[in-house]
Design a protein around this ligand. Structure first.
Ligand code: DGJ
Length: 747
């Protein structure tokens, strides 16, 4: 069905879905005459309109528009929309199938072999808050209070196949965030989804740049920025997990991004598997950006009437540069991604056994580590890899989640009881998704590992990946995890995952569904983690994937904190934590003080520097305290006491990046309380500057210029204006790896 200006498509016509009469809800305006939707954020507007031909167009996403601006934007658009060449339009969610050959948001294969679709607007509804949508097994943002958010649901129909498409937009007005997703309902004939993106954006012609977070194991989330020249550009993971190689996040900026000024458009996918954020600079200069599930090696078969949902994607706008954008994203994570009792609770300071003992430990070693953890003031001991099966190296036993009695004669239960008797909490490492070829589990159920029959399977770190698409595999894993939580009274689990997914195949699926498996794996993972979270809400689960290899907003819906990187070197961590801060608050990034020479880089960094880097995140220790010198131990103890005094700022304060290690010889950042009365700032200088160079001040950010702030442990006070314009000169000593912190409070 096609409409025109004189004969527009009428909302609600020809629909198979019930559309209730739309009641007005806050933050979403619908102008029926102009068929215009306006999502109103505190400082942003998202504007769409239905064309006379039933196609939905994106008129504006960016600064807040007032009524005359909306009218002007609509007028300008109405003048151009009569052109029937769709490639000249800024479309909201383009399907493949007509005279627009830019990368589409939607690509289907129909029962007759055709891949063409054209979805026409049918109607809409506006809903308060974020109603539970479909039971699709995907994680998403929360909106506990109706005033937090409003949701717009737009309905479309493909005039030929009869497929229905719903686009959902949930606006969080205070944060200028719109969370988008798409839901497809198959028409009367079976077919397949080749791509169904979560969000699609059509920006007008301009000098657009992209900021991305590429990396590798032990080098995660390194900031990279580049101009988007004509052609297609892909940021993605094809590794089955969101991956060390690239984080499912990007920022589109007008011109090169500035920390404090300019327009920044953030895109964060709430998904932990193969993802794609692609940008296509068209020959006209316009920019299309699509974000969602990766279409690489993917296809999902739909029987008549079946549905398929995209993951959610959060879109955030700031006119205050990257810094402003990050603060909105951090608030979004703290308020609408994290959930359950651990959302706001202070996290225990833990001592982890990995770098202290690796696979080589006995019951008494861990008891000794616990005694030292207690002395130094930690809250919890975590027993890392090596406690199960007969695992003395990474060559065996994954899947055999049973006590290794040769190391732990009293079992995990007996060890946990001893540790807890000291007044500490106790946590345990698992890598539930993996199986070693040399394990009882693999010998018993070789078909539980992902593999393609007849093809040689590859190992990585001597292990395979279990097929989490299979309910019996998930049931087995849940029963082993639940056993230890209940039997040993675990307070915490470290959930590791150490390899990509290769040779993705399963005998449990028919041939025509094999290309669904990577996504089914992720859905299975979410189901398993969700089951654990719901059964044991008090259990703290820390995500880990060889460090930060699956650190995304999807995982944060289940695991409120993540092991940021296996690289604990103080210098490298500055880059990693700085890059991560683009879209992840410090509360979610665990950071451990480790020993020197550092186990990954062999660098010797002084304890103050190492400690202050770790204090800037969710603090823990990765160190054999029995080998630590007394002076160093005293200093660590002091920092741990200090952390308890200031961690409310690290956890809940607004984060400001003051100096970038990517752009200069130093790094500096600060945490400012929401009422701007307290500030905790850090500065790091890894390398001594040349002699005779005048030291530069660190200029603070985010303070109240009229407030007077007193420096902790000193008599000096400064105005906020002074701190932000003149700044403070760090009292760095001689030599490399100097670090300093300042804590100030309004008088
Ligand atoms: C990788 C993790 O990132 C490390 O912290 C440690 O848990 C090892 N796996 C154990 O095998």
């Amino acid at each position: 069905m096609q409409g025109s200006w004189d004969n527009p498509i009428i909302a609600g016509s020809d629909m198979q879905l019930e559309i209730p009469v739309a009641k007005p809800v806050p933050y979403i305006d619908f102008d029926g005459r102009r068929r215009l939707f306006h999502l109103r954020g505190q400082a942003s507007s998202y504007l769409m309109s239905v064309s006379p031909y039933g196609d939905l167009h994106q008129l504006h996403w960016g600064c807040k528009l007032e009524a005359p601006d909306v009218a002007a934007v609509h007028r300008a658009w109405a003048g151009t929309v009569r052109n029937l060449h769709l490639e000249t339009h800024r479309r909201e969610y383009a399907s493949f199938g007509s005279n627009d050959l830019r990368l589409p948001a939607l690509h289907l294969e129909h029962g007759d072999g055709s891949r063409l679709s054209a979805f026409d607007y049918q109607g809409h509804e506006v809903l308060p808050g974020k109603p539970a949508l479909v039971n699709d097994g995907l994680p998403g943002t929360t909106a506990e209070h109706p005033e937090d958010a409003s949701t717009l649901r737009l309905l479309f129909k493909d005039y030929h196949s009869g497929h229905l498409l719903d686009l959902y937009y949930t606006i969080y007005p205070k944060l200028d965030v719109v969370v988008r997703r798409a839901l497809l309902k198959q028409g009367p004939q079976a077919g397949a989804v080749k791509r169904l993106m979560s969000a699609s954006l059509d920006f007008p012609a301009g000098d657009w740049h992209a900021l991305s977070l590429p990396g590798d194991w032990a080098r995660e989330r390194m900031i990279e920025q580049s101009r988007l020249n004509q052609g297609a550009h892909r940021l993605e993971s094809r590794r089955g997990t969101s991956s060390h190689g690239m984080s499912p996040f990007a920022v589109i900026t007008k011109g090169k991004a500035d920390e404090d000024r300019g327009e920044a458009f953030g895109i964060s996918l709430i998904y932990s598997g193969n993802w794609l954020i692609e940008a296509e600079k068209h020959m006209s200069g316009r920019l299309r950006v699509n974000a969602g599930l990766n279409d690489f090696d993917f296809q999902w078969r739909l029987e008549p009437g079946a549905t398929f949902a995209s993951p959610e994607c959060a879109l955030a706008y700031s006119s205050k540069g990257l810094g402003g954008l990050s603060r909105k994203l951090h608030a979004m994570v703290r308020r609408h991604i994290l959930r359950g009792p651990w959302r706001e609770r202070e996290r225990p300071i833990l001592v982890n056994s990995w770098e202290a003992h690796y696979f080589k430990f006995k019951h008494d070693d861990i008891v000794k580590l616990a005694g030292q953890a207690k002395d130094i003031g930690a809250d919890m001991v975590v027993l890392d890899d090596g406690w199960f099966g007969s695992r003395d190296s990474d060559n065996s036993s994954l899947g055999d989640w049973y006590d290794d009695l040769s190391k732990l004669p009293k079992g995990v239960k007996g060890l946990a009881a001893e540790v807890k008797a000291m007044g500490l909490k106790f946590g345990l490492w698992f890598e539930p998704e993996a199986v070693s070829p040399n394990s009882e589990l693999y010998r018993k159920h070789p078909d539980w590992a992902l593999a393609v029959p007849g093809r040689r399977p590859s190992t990585s770190r001597n292990q395979y990946v279990l097929d989490l698409g299979r309910p019996e595999v998930r049931d087995f894993l849940f029963s082993r995890l639940a056993h230890y939580v209940e039997d040993a009274g675990l307070d915490y689990i470290k959930w590791d995952m150490n390899r990509p997914l290769w040779e993705v195949g399963s005998p449990s699926l028919p041939a025509e569904r094999q290309a669904e498996l990577s996504h089914r794996y992720v859905l299975g993972l979410y189901e398993l983690m969700g089951r654990l979270r719901d059964r044991f809400p008090e259990l703290l689960v820390e995500g880990c994937s060889g460090g930060g290899g699956r650190f995304d907003w999807g995982m944060l819906c289940y695991h409120p904190q993540f092991w940021t990187s296996d690289n604990t070197d103080g210098l490298d961590r500055i880059y990693i934590q700085y890059g991560s801060s683009l879209f992840l608050p410090a509360l979610t990034q665990t950071a451990h003080i480790s020993e020197v020479p550092n186990h990954q880089t062999h660098r010797n960094i002084p304890i103050t520097f190492r400690s202050l880097v770790a204090l800037s995140g969710n603090l823990g220790l990765e160190i054999n305290l029995a080998k630590t010198r007394a002076g160093e131990k005293r200093e660590i103890k002091g920092w741990m006491e200090y952390y308890r005094k200031v961690r409310h700022l690290v956890n809940q304060g607004d984060f400001h990046r003051m100096e970038s290690p990517y752009e200069g010889p130093r790094a500096a950042w600060c945490f400012v309380s929401r009422d701007k009365r307290e500030v905790l700032a850090f500065a790091f200088q890894p390398r001594t500057p040349f002699r005779g160079q005048e030291p530069l001040p660190v200029r603070f950010k985010g303070l109240d210029p009229d407030e007077i702030y007193k420096l902790e442990g000193a008599t000096q006070s400064y105005s906020g204006a002074f701190l932000m314009t003149q700044g403070l000169i760090p009292a760095f000593g001689p030599g490399d790896f100097q670090a300093q912190h300042w804590r100030l409070a309004a008088r």
